[in-house]
Design a protein around this ligand. Structure first.
Ligand code: URA
Length: 216
């Protein structure tokens, strides 16, 4: 897996990350969603440089021009529900992508802090030989991403996988590293060092799904 850590390069991306973390700004859920969407746009732009391109001739009113365009083989898969604004940001750029949605939630069997990931809903086109973009904003323990990948395998083997995440923990990143095929890229906006005993990223931003959709 190749890791592309974008906050290492100073850019406007850092403003969007600061706003989703900041308790005095993040409670504005419209702004929160839009910031996650903007991060998806930046990550989508960066990862587009790694895709397969083919030359296409475009006719202008005054002549022809050959332009190298990304191959139309992208399947955009998002983990519900926190993945939705990130999905929208990616879709703004990959507007002809096919779309897949998958639900994954943490189930605490004995009401204690240990949990297992339950994957229930999965709607996806065939993905065999295609380029899969897998959007999950918070890469905390990494367990949901791995559970989702196991479920995806039933739909075929993608040509390559690009995981798109907003904030990850160092622990989560090392957990997923060897669980995906070699031709997997991780595009991540920010990395934090800690997880708390509930599996939340520290300092992170809190619960991305709740902040995006106003639930408490
Ligand atoms: N999901 C979130 O929304 N936040 C975390 O910190 C971890 C998982």
């Amino acid at each position: 897996m190749t890791i592309h850590y974008l906050a290492e390069e100073n850019s406007i991306l850092n403003k969007f990350i600061a706003e989703i973390r900041d308790v005095s700004i993040q409670k504005d859920s419209l702004r929160f969603r839009r910031n996650i969407e903007r991060i998806g746009e930046v990550l989508g732009y960066e990862l587009s440089k790694n895709l397969t391109f083919t030359d296409v001739e475009v006719t202008t009113p005054l002549g022809n021009k050959t332009i190298s365009l990304p191959k139309k083989d992208v399947v955009l898969c998002s983990i519900l529900r926190a993945g939705l604004p990130l999905h929208q940001g990616l879709l703004n750029y990959f507007d002809d992508a096919e779309n897949a949605f998958i639900s994954a939630y943490r189930h605490h069997p004995n009401n204690n802090e240990e949990f297992e990931i339950v994957v229930e809903y999965f709607a996806s086109p065939a993905i065999e030989g295609k380029t899969m973009l897998l959007a999950d904003p918070m890469l905390a323990t990494g367990q949901s991403l791995v559970a989702v990948y196991e479920a995806i395998k039933k739909y075929g083997t993608p040509k390559e996988i690009h995981i798109v995440a907003v904030i990850g923990s160092t622990e989560g990143i090392s957990f997923i590293k060897d669980k995906f095929p070699e031709n997997t890229h991780l595009w991540i906006a920010a990395i934090d060092d800690n997880l708390n005993d509930k599996g939340y990223i520290v300092p992170g931003l809190g619960d991305a799904g709740d902040l995006a959709f106003g639930t408490k």
